[in-house]
Ligand binder design. Structure first.
Ligand code: IMP
Length: 202
C-alpha cells in the first residue's frame, strides 16, 4: 500500500509546488482539506522550525501517518531579523503588503550595500508514523530593494532584490523562483531524507 503523506497547509499554490517536488516518492500526497482535517493551530514557537513542528505534530495527532508542515518568512539583518516568524502578522494580519513593504523600506533608510542583506527562510518539519521528527531549513538570499518592483509572486516578493538574477523576487518567473526558492530547497532536502527512509528517488 502507498504511504500517505499529508501536508499541513490550506494554500493551494504551495500544494502544487509540493506535489511536483515530492511526486517521485511514490506516496499519496494529500492537503489538510483532502485529509478532512480542520484545525486552528496556535503557532507559538520561537523559530521557523518550531512552528513547522507544532503544525505538523498537531495534524499528525489527528491523522497519524506522515505529516509535513512548513513555516516561512522574511528575515532582515538590519532589523535584527524582523519580521521573521511574524512575517504574516507584521503590522497586523489585515494590513496590505503595499503598506508592510513600504514600512520595511522606510526602516532601511541610511543603509546601503550589504547592510541591506535579507532572505526568505523556510523550515519544513515531518512527523513520521512512529512520532520521529525530521527537520530541514533553507534560505533565498537577497537585499532589500530601494523601491518595490514587480507584479508577480506575493507578500514581500517586490522588495527582495536577488543579485543572482538582477531583479526582485516578484520579477522572477515561476521556474526561476522554484529553482532557488527557500521552500523549493527545503522541500528537496526533505524529499531526500524521506527517500532515504522509504525509498523513491532522492
Ligand atoms: P507561511 O509560512 O505560509 O506562514 O508564510 C509566512 C509569510 O512569510 C507569508 O505570509 C509572507 O508574508 C512571507 N513569505 C514567505 N515566503 C515568501 C515568498 O516566497 N515571497 C514573499 N513572501 C513570503
Amino acid at each position: 500500500m502507498k504511504e500517505r503523506l499529508i501536508f499541513a497547509t490550506g494554500n493551494e499554490g504551495k500544494m502544487r509546488e509540493i506535489r511536483m517536488i515530492l511526486a517521485d516518492l511514490g506516496m499519496e500526497i494529500l492537503s489538510m482539506k483532502e485529509a478532512e482535517v480542520s484545525l486552528d493551530i496556535l503557532e507559538d514557537g520561537k523559530t521557523f522550525g518550531e512552528n513547522a513542528r507544532i503544525k505538523a505534530y498537531a495534524v499528525w495527532k489527528e491523522t497519524g501517518g506522515i505529516v509535513l508542515a512548513d513555516d516561512s518568512g522574511l528575515v532582515v539583518d538590519h532589523l535584527e531579523g524582523e519580521p521573521g516568524i511574524y512575517s504574516a502578522r507584521y503590522m497586523g494580519e489585515d494590513t496590505s503588503y503595499e503598506v508592510k513593504n513600504q514600512a520595511i523600506i522606510r526602516r532601511m533608510e541610511g543603509t546601503k550595500g550589504a547592510e541591506r542583506a535579507a532572505r526568505f527562510v523556510c523550515a519544513i518539519a515531518a512527523v513520521l508514523p512512529d512520532g520521529q521528527v525530521l527537520h530541514t531549513e533553507a534560505a533565498m538570499e537577497g537585499l532589500i530593494a530601494e523601491h518595490p518592483v514587480g507584479q508577480g509572486g506575493f507578500g514581500y516578493d517586490p522588495i527582495l532584490y536577488i543579485p543572482q538574477f538582477g531583479k526582485t523576487s516578484a520579477e522572477l518567473t515561476m521556474e526561476e523562483k522554484n529553482a532557488i526558492s527557500h521552500r523549493g530547497k527545503a522541500l528537496k532536502e526533505m524529499r531526500a531524507k524521506l527517500a532515504a527512509l522509504y525509498g523513491g528517488r532522492a
